[in-house]
Design a protein around this ligand. Structure first.
Ligand code: SF4
Ligand code: SF4
Length: 184
């Protein structure tokens, strides 16, 4: 028979000796492998107490950003949804009403904003497309869930805490990858 590789080994079919039949040597060999791993560096970490280091370019869960005054930056222009190759973003625009200037930075805002995390490939094109620095991918990741519905992230899930009323959570959500500042 023609062999494609030299990896094939003939099966040893000879009768085992008494010593081989009690598998003592094999058990010892197995235990030695286990023992050798006790002194090696652990491949796992104690999550969530310990966190892995993420490279600065890591793209994780999306954050809908606010400005320094706590106003929502998103103007519901739809550019992120157009840029998204996975068609994961859905939104509905609404007009800002008089008296809502402290809530929304622009005259138009996203009344509904959803990202389907099961579709998302975390490419970051939505962040690149956004002219208002309203969306960016943070260094956290989407936690597991029991249902598909749980992976549809709504505006309330994505919106960053208000830096004026909740500075600590705002900083935490911003992470090590702060969004670029814009002045327009
Ligand atoms: S990261 Fe990429 S795939 Fe995910 S929502 Fe943004 S553009 Fe779409
Ligand atoms: S996140 Fe940015 S690109 Fe997307 S709708 Fe809002 S302002 Fe436009």
């Amino acid at each position: 028979m023609v062999q494609l590789t030299q990896k094939a080994k003939l099966v040893d079919r000879r009768q085992m000796s008494w010593l081989e039949r009690i598998y003592l040597w094999n058990i010892l060999k197995g235990m030695m492998i286990t023992l050798s791993h006790l002194f090696k560096r652990k491949a796992t970490i104690n999550f969530p107490e310990q966190k892995r280091y993420f490279a600065p370019v890591f793209r994780g869960l999306h954050v809908l950003n606010r400005d320094e005054e706590g106003r929502e930056r998103c103007t519901a222009c739809g550019l992120c949804a157009v840029a998204c190759p996975a068609e994961a973003i859905t939104m509905e625009a609404a007009e800002r009403l008089p008296g809502e200037e402290k809530l929304y930075r622009e005259e138009k805002y996203a009344a509904r904003y959803e990202i389907n995390m099961l579709r998302c490939i975390f490419c970051g094109l939505c962040e690149d497309a956004c002219p208002k620095d309203a969306i960016y991918l943070s260094q956290t990741f989407a936690p597991s869930n029991y249902s598909r519905k749980g992976f549809i992230y709504k505006k309330e899930d994505l919106l960053i805490p208000n830096p004026l009323t909740d500075p600590e959570d705002y900083k935490k959500a911003l992470g090590d990858r702060p969004a670029k500042k814009i002045n327009n």
